[in-house]
Design a protein around this ligand. Structure first.
Ligand code: BYC
Ligand code: FE
Ligand code: FE
Length: 481
């Protein structure tokens, strides 16, 4: 096998030569029934027996890596896919910079690496659990299919981490792989590891915001891990990123289509003031201030996923050569950073100030800043819809101190502009910045399923083009079959 094509002959499609690796193949085959149990219990509710037009990876090269076809989700071919090996790759950063990339786990960093894999792995099934009820209220057959595509790929991302754990971490790895199937999003006794993955995703606006913001944390973290000196991790993440692009597409275009529909409805009704919430809602579309509040919520929850402003974990992972920066290979500094500083927004004597701190300890913030830049580009594309429709209203990302539970700003209240608020001001003003019960009830009232091919719920515009260039009335999920 050349490593570019995927072997589909065994139970587990792969391009890692599982056929010749009896130990790992057996470990994965032993894990498989538990995975299917988890998928059946915690994966998409309903629709498991329906044919869904899904893409499946058939190769890992940059062109034509996927094929589309109807599959029942439990029969999806989840596989182990690594991007092609780069000949002579060296460790791109940290204390081991320039040494040959590791093909085996460096003993001294075993625990650190295992922790990174487990945290990464834990988020993947968590998101599937969070999204499991959404099929019942999908705004179209097209959106239903996209939800399931994201879900099966997050399932595959779990496989990706489980493969690394089982291949490189022996018994500990097998135990961690079991634990990944046992924790549950939002569970009191055995929750998922990171905060945002224990929140509910109750409606489709939340889903689109989640895939826009939270999957984008996935993108940033995967980029940082794709730089890893541990080559199997790098190759795994590089391939995961090709799938991740679709998740970001689903989120960005989902919100964009909502904005578009709201603008059309306001135009048709002669509404010039988008903040006239009652009138806009009476049209059966989502008003822009509520979209803004949902964005505020999901942005702030996602910022928490970047960890603390100052982090020795992050410095250690970088020094060790395990987790790099976003596009480390395109940066032009020394890639060691022992003498560098980085500006970080901090809380000092009760005020938010920018402070230069040692760059190594600020790596979480650097990645978070790259995330904010990346997210802002998407927000600008939403705003172009508003601009074209002739509205002055703009969506914007809130200040990083707003609504935080991790890091320095967890200790204070701030508004979306970063102005500090007293407990009382926060309690009084919260509902103007975050979705209120009333807002959530309104969104919920719109969540009625539209499953007929080519039809769309009234609050969302159809996509410009179909998946795999299919026509508008294509039946992506065969509801009757
Ligand atoms: N919730 O030194 P610090 C994705 C803990 S998303 C709970 O700042 P560090 C996806 C932290 O664990 C990408 N606990 O931490 C998206 C630490 O605990 P210990 C997921 C938190 O390590 C959508 C302590 O606080 N991948 O793929 O620098 C759908 C000290 O903090 C949180 C990764 O995250 C939190 N939010 O940074 C599907 C990559 N934040 O060890 C999938 C791997 C911090 O002292 N993970 N803590 O007990 C990492 O690189 C790092 O673990 C983190 C945290 C960036 C998450
Ligand atoms: Fe993922
Ligand atoms: Fe994703």
């Amino acid at each position: 096998m050349d490593g570019m094509t995927v072997d589909y002959n065994g139970l587990i499609p792969n391009n890692v030569g599982l056929n010749d690796d009896a130990r790992v193949r057996k470990a994965l085959e032993t894990w498989y029934p538990g995975y299917i149990d988890w998928w059946t219990q915690m994966g998409p509710e309903g629709f498991q027996d329906k044919l869904v037009y899904l893409r499946t990876a058939v190769g890992v090269g940059s062109e034509g890596w996927a094929k589309f076809g109807y599959v029942r989700m439990p029969e999806y071919r989840w596989g182990v896919l690594l991007a092609p090996e780069v000949e002579g790759r060296t460790i791109p950063f940290g204390a081991h910079k320039g040494e040959r990339a590791w093909q085996e786990v460096p003993g001294e960093y075993r625990a650190m690496l295992r922790r990174l894999l487990v945290i990464q792995g834990d988020t993947e099934p968590a998101s599937v659990e969070q999204q499991r009820h959404l099929g019942a209220t999908a705004p179209s057959n097209y959106d239903l299919r996209n939800l399931f595509q994201v879900n099966v790929e997050e399932g595959r991302h779990l496989w990706a981490m489980v493969y690394l754990l089982q291949k490189y971490f022996g018994r500990d790895g097998r135990e961690e792989a079991q634990e990944l199937l046992h924790r549950r999003s939002g569970d009191r006794d055995s929750p998922r590891m990171l905060g945002a993955f224990n929140e509910a995703t109750p409606d489709w606006l939340s889903f689109f915001m989640f895939t826009f913001f939270t999957d984008r944390d996935g993108k940033m973290q995967l980029h940082a891990l794709a730089q890893s000196g541990f080559d199997p991790l790098s190759r795994t993440c590089r391939f995961m990123l090709t799938e991740e692009a679709h998740h970001m597409f689903v989120g960005e275009t989902g919100v964009q289509r909502i904005v578009q529909r709201t603008c059309e409805a306001m135009r048709d009704a002669g509404i010039d003031d988008p903040t006239d919430v009652e009138r806009v809602r009476a049209l059966g579309v989502i008003d822009l201030p509520t979209l803004q509040k949902k964005a505020n919520l999901h942005f702030s929850l996602t910022l928490d996923l970047f960890g603390n402003e100052i982090s020795t974990n992050a410095a250690n992972a970088f020094n060790a050569g395990l987790k790099g920066r976003y596009r480390e290979d395109r940066l032009t500094d020394d890639h060691v950073l022992t003498d560098a500083t980085y500006p970080v927004q901090r809380l000092k004597d009760g005020a938010i100030v920018q402070e230069d701190v040692p760059a190594l300890s600020a790596l979480n913030m650097r990645l978070r800043d790259d995330f904010v830049t990346d997210a802002n580009a998407g927000v600008a594309r939403w705003n172009r819809v508003l601009e074209r429709a002739g509205f002055e209203y703009r969506l914007r990302l809130p200040h990083v101190a707003f609504n935080r539970r991790i890091g320095e700003f967890a200790a204070i209240h701030a508004d979306t502009q970063g102005r500090m608020l007293s407990e009382q001001q926060w309690a009084g003003g919260k509902e103007t910045m975050l979705p209120s019960d009333d807002d959530n009830r309104f969104i919920e009232s719109l969540m009625r399923p539209v499953h007929a091919p080519g039809s769309y719920a009234d609050w969302i515009a159809p996509p410009r083009i179909g998946i795999d260039n299919k026509p508008g009335n294509f039946e992506y999920v065969k509801i009757e079959a």
